[in-house]
Design a binder for this molecule. Structure first.
Ligand SMILES: Cc1ncc(COP(=O)(O)O)c(C=O)c1O
Length: 407
């Protein structure tokens, strides 16, 4: 049959999913499935404790009870189950001191990836320019383009600990600039943007009448007492900020596919209006589970401790390797490593796959400035000893590479 691609729009037509060409990235097509089947350890999915079970007992219990009762065969509300929105609103209120109306300011989304696209949808028109920091989460580069906007990369300087540099934003401002997108804490760098730095960004946004989409998928686990600020709490920002969150990373329940957006009434009105048409509704059974998980406040705190220990373990092992450099992760479940002295990031990913039987992420997926880096998801596996063993395999392989490069 003749190709049907000419009927697709320009933005989608150019996507490739690994069906007709070999894609080695773990998160595309069958790539990961094939590698798992071959016994490769996956440290390339930001999925806490993958592949080991991580549903708290109390959460299992309410979900089993709900299934026994039978209600989860039905839709939840398109904007999200009421009790879940109430619990989410109280979490946001506790953490930000904002006053959040669960029936006006919160919408549940099927995970935050779709939430992120939905957050941008009402704003982006053909030709709009969207400023995205680099390095950053790949969806931040793709989503605006799917909506027919164009992405303007705003560099973050590794030497300045990946802080936001407002001069770099100013330089790239045009009459077409519509939106700034940040991931905070940043994925892949784990950077928690500091308050004074966020104030500078927010002043830039307000001065130029822009909208901020802030993806806070990693907000729940911040280390070393670093202060975490949601930009929407800064003066004059609530009106122009859409905050995108998820329980995937924070509660380690990525398979539940529950995310949420919080925003002011005027913006949320649009999200509520289109929810049934665009989002459908989040899964009922996992909404019930998410509600219970959010009620277990101590559970979230216990996870922060576990991730922080993992982070420290990974750092203590990787920081001894010659030829690479890294900082202690500030948040979350990732470690970001500069391997540029050893080779290109894609070469190092391929090398680690072969030499250490582990898949990590090629930094170049996270933007131009991700090149020369790898991202290692350090909080996979339920068992610390297993994680430690794989960290050692990575470290040994990188040290070997260093020695062979320097013979
Ligand atoms: C920064 C960031 N935002 C959003 C997501 C999407 O997460 P989910 O759709 O599971 O909520 C991810 C997943 O890796 C992420 O890293």
């Amino acid at each position: 049959m003749a190709s049907i691609k000419h009927l697709m729009n320009r933005e989608f037509k150019h996507l490739s999913g690994g069906l007709f060409e070999e894609v080695n990235k773990a998160d595309v097509g069958e790539g990961a499935g094939n590698l798992i089947a071959q016994g490769v350890d996956i440290m390339a999915w930001a999925d806490p404790f993958f592949p080991d079970p991580s549903i708290p007992e109390s959460v299992k219990k309410v979900m089993i009870e709900a299934i026994t009762d039978g209600f989860p065969s039905h839709y939840s509300m398109p904007i999200g189950m009421k009790e879940l929105r109430v619990e989410i609103a109280s979490k946001i209120e506790r953490e930000t001191a904002l006053s959040i109306n669960p029936s006006r300011n919160v919408i549940v989304t099927p995970g935050s990836d779709s939430g992120l696209l939905y957050a941008m949808m009402p704003f982006i028109e053909t030709g709009d320019e969207i400023m995205v920091v680099d390095p950053s989460y790949p969806s931040n580069y793709l989503d605006p383009v799917l909506l027919k906007g164009s992405v303007i990369h705003v560099p973050l300087d590794e030497k300045n600990n990946y802080a936001l540099n407002i001069d770099e934003f100013e330089k790239r401002l045009t009459s077409k600039t519509k939106m700034v997108v940040i991931t905070h804490p940043n994925n892949p760098t784990t950077t928690v943007f500091r308050k004074d730095n966020l104030i500078q960004l927010c002043n830039f946004i307000k001065k130029n009448d822009l909208i901020l989409v802030c993806d806070q998928a990693f907000e729940d686990h911040i280390f070393d007492g670093i202060e975490f600020i949601s930009p929407c709490t800064l003066p004059g920002m609530w009106e122009r900020t859409v905050t995108v969150c998820s329980i995937s990373k924070g509660l380690g329940l990525s398979g539940f596919r529950i995310g949420y957006i919080y925003a002011p009434d005027e913006i949320m009105d649009i999200y509520y209006a289109a929810a049934v048409n665009v989002l459908g509704a989040a899964s009922t059974i996992t909404s019930i589970g998410a509600l219970q998980a959010l009620r277990e406040r101590e559970y979230l705190r216990s996870l922060t401790k576990r991730h922080e220990q993992r982070r420290t373990l990974a750092y203590s092992i990787f920081s001894k390797v010659r030829g690479i450099s890294l900082e202690k992760s500030e948040s979350g479940i990732l470690t970001w490593i500069n391997v540029s002295k050893l080779g290109t990031s894609s070469d190092i990913v391929a090398y680690l796959l072969k030499e250490a039987n582990v898949l990590v992420n090629d930094g170049s997926s996270y933007g131009e400035l991700g090149k020369g880096h790898i991202r290692v998801v350090t909080s996979v596996f339920g068992d610390d000893e297993k994680a430690k063993e794989v960290f050692h395999r990575i470290a040994t392989a990188l040290e070997k590479k260093y020695l062979s490069n320097n013979m």
